[in-house]
Design a protein around this ligand. Structure first.
Ligand code: ADP
Length: 258
């Protein structure tokens, strides 16, 4: 049986403002396949096109050349079908809505009944362990809790794919490690495919099944590091296997500097 591909990018390039003085070649000849259930992280120097690649998958920008399929259909159709959820560095929650109402928002837009929305929001609050904060407003929560609400909202409609752009970048180190564990647990419990952008080498190694190393602009895939850690828990970060992978990834990134 062939593995189901959740994301398939073939020969994708992206040129912003083509033919104008401010033309930027952001991505060149990107080929990438992400299988269903994988956790793939994009890493590379600032400005190498990580966010652009994520936005191509989300069909928020279209490729200048090449093709992008998500869930085995054109990326634009997958966007219309809500096959993916997204989370960013800032939670993007609405302060005037309660936590529950924030999680319900995509469901509201999709026309779910009030009872179904409530039931689903309650399940999602259990998933991110925020049951006691259902009626709070976002500004009453810590940064880490706000990101958990954002993840709950992104997963509320059970998308097959979750796209995350540096979601833990603004959190302190301890909260960040806690969120990484939470995300791994959610990934395992839901079976959602993850495509994740980070600047952090240890974060990429800890979370991913594969790390995609991108070259400076125009972004290309320079190498792919497979991560086969057995377990990922509190002790993992202190193991020789973890250090070896961190070193391998750091070396791959250094090689880009030439
Ligand atoms: P990264 O996420 O790796 O930091 P980005 O994908 O944000 O990189 O950006 C890659 C390059 O494309 C940068 O030079 C950036 O300025 C440019 N870029 C991104 N989005 C746009 C846009 N909408 N219009 C013009 N240039 C853009």
């Amino acid at each position: 049986m062939t593995e189901r591909s959740m994301v398939k990018i073939q020969g994708a390039t992206k040129v912003f403002n083509p033919g104008r003085p401010n033309q930027v070649e952001a991505l060149a000849e990107v080929d990438l396949t992400v299988a269903s259930g994988e956790f793939v992280t994009l890493i590379g120097p600032s400005g190498c096109g990580k966010s652009t690649l994520l936005r191509l998958i989300a069909s928020l920008v279209s490729p200048s050349e090449g093709s992008v399929t998500v869930n085995e259909k054109p990326a634009e159709q997958a966007r219309l079908d809500r096959d993916y959820g997204m989370a960013f560095q800032t939670s993007g929650l609405f302060d005037w809505r309660t936590v529950t109402k924030n999680i319900e928002l995509p469901l509201e837009l999709m026309g779910w009944s009030k009872a179904d929305r409530r039931r689903r929001a309650r399940q999602m609050l259990e998933l991110v362990k925020l049951e006691d904060f259902a009626n709070h407003h976002p500004q009453e929560l810590s940064g880490g809790m706000q990101q958990r609400v954002a993840i709950a909202r992104a997963l509320s409609f059970s998308p097959s794919l979750l796209l995350m752009d540096e979601p833990f970048g603004a959190l302190d180190e301890m909260t960040r490690e806690h969120m990484q564990n939470e995300l791994l647990r959610i990934w395992q419990e839901t079976g959602t495919t993850l495509v994740f952008v980070t600047h952090s080498i240890p974060e990429a190694v800890y979370l991913s099944t594969r790390v995609v190393v991108m070259s400076p602009r125009p972004g290309r895939i320079a190498s792919i590091v497979e991560v086969n850690l057995n377990d990922r828990d509190g002790a993992t970060r202190d193991t020789p296997e973890f250090f070896a992978k961190v070193t391998e990834l750091r070396t791959a990134l250094r090689e880009l500097e030439g």
